[in-house]
Every structure is written in structure tokens, then in C-alpha cells.
Design a protein. Structure first.
Length: 216
């Protein structure tokens, strides 16, 4: 499927680069409690990681009206900011491998369900603003699995889908890449189990981020 003539490597953030699944799930549960909603289990909360915030709240609480979705979203954001005051916790080898990839002249980008404010805050706290060549967030394009994020990144760098690789930990990442006709590489240590990711026929499913070198 993949030409391996990749020029652009596109990474999901939460669950792929940042070890933030537990933090996100906990904040979702706290937001539900704030509004007297049924508290989702950890697995239910983790399952929506990767979606835009409004889409995630809608999926967890399908009977919520627009106002309640907005209120729960604000509560989640407030809880997350309190727990997100320092540098991000990255999975093993992430930072060193990203630096290596950049030194090898790959273009690096982020495509995330985070808000622009949330991603910028995370990049600044970890002093990584200059590591990535570009990024797209759900609140400025469209939520995964809509491929608009990828389409915009390809347009920015004047590349075809087979010249880029999407790396992610959820079905939403994999489906977004499929919808774009883009090769994809799954990671098994994030929010969704490997069995869910393999149905999208990724190049591989990595158990450690450093394995990406073997698939380029």
C-alpha cells in the first residue's frame, strides 16, 4: 500500500506522542459529575479520545442538547487546564525520535482533536514550538475522521497523499487517513486496542514509538 517515499509525517498528539489518556478520561468523568450526568467508565471516556471536544461530548451524552454540550465541554476544559500546568508526559523515545526525524529532513506535523489553545499550551510548556513544521486542531478544521486536517496539510506542503504518513492510536486517526487515501501507521499503546486499529490496514502497528524508524 505505502510507497515509503514519505516526506511528511503527521502525528496525533494524545495517546500517540503524549501519555495523556488517563488525564483526559479523568477530566471527562469530572465534567460529567459537575453536570449530574451518568459518569462514563474509564474505557468509555478513553474511547472518544481523538475526536473534537464537542463531538466527544455528543458521543458520550447523546441526549444532551447544544447548551449542555457546551457547558460540559467548558467543564472538561477547566479540569484539564488544572491538570495540564506543566510539560507534557511523553511516551518513551518520542522526543529523541522526533528530533532524529527532523534532522533527517522529514516534515513533521500534528493533527489532533485538541483545541488550538490546548495544543499551543502543550507545545509551549514542553518548549516544542519549533519541532513541528505545522499543525491542525479540531476546532479550526473538522473533527476526525473527516480528512480535512490532512487535506489542509497536504495542500500547505504541496504533497500527494502517498507522500505523507499518518501516525495515530485510535480508529479516528486510521479512518481519517483511509478517507484521505493516505498511508497510516498505528500505535498499540494509546487509547484503542490494536485489534481495532488493524481493521484499517495500517503499514504496521507499533508497540513502541521508536519502531517508526523501521517503517520509513
Amino acid at each position: 500500500m505505502a510507497s515509503r517515499n514519505y516526506k511528511l509525517l503527521i502525528f496525533d498528539w494524545d495517546g500517540t506522542l503524549s501519555d495523556s489518556v488517563s488525564r483526559i478520561a479523568t477530566c471527562i468523568q469530572l465534567a460529567a459529575t459537575d453536570h449530574q450526568l451518568p459518569v462514563p467508565s474509564f474505557d468509555q471516556a478513553a474511547n472518544i479520545i481523538g475526536l473534537g471536544l464537542s463531538e466527544a461530548v455528543n458521543q458520550l451524552f447523546p441526549t444532551a442538547d447544544k447548551q449542555l454540550v457546551a457547558e460540559v465541554s467548558r467543564s472538561y476544559s477547566a479540569h484539564y487546564r488544572l491538570k495540564d500546568s506543566g510539560p507534557s508526559d511523553f511516551f518513551p523515545h518520542v522526543l529523541s525520535v522526533l528530533e532524529q526525524l527532523k534532522s533527517n529532513n522529514y516534515l513533521l506535523a500534528v493533527a489532533t482533536g485538541k483545541s488550538r489553545a490546548g495544543l499551543d499550551r502543550a507545545l509551549a510548556a514542553s518548549e516544542l514550538e519549533n519541532l513541528f513544521h505545522s499543525s491542525r486542531c479540531a476546532d479550526e478544521t473538522a473533527s476526525k475522521p473527516n480528512p480535512l486536517m490532512l487535506e489542509e496539510l497536504l495542500e500547505q506542503f504541496k504533497l500527494n497523499p502517498d507522500q505523507a504518513l499518518m501516525v495515530g492510536d485510535t480508529e479516528y486517526d486510521m479512518a481519517m487517513a483511509v478517507n484521505m487515501g493516505m498511508p497510516r501507521l498505528a500505535v498499540s499503546y494509546g487509547a484503542h486496542e490494536a485489534s481495532r486499529l488493524l481493521q484499517y490496514q495500517p503499514v504496521a502497528c507499533m508497540g513502541c514509538f521508536s519502531e517508526i524508524i523501521n517503517h520509513l
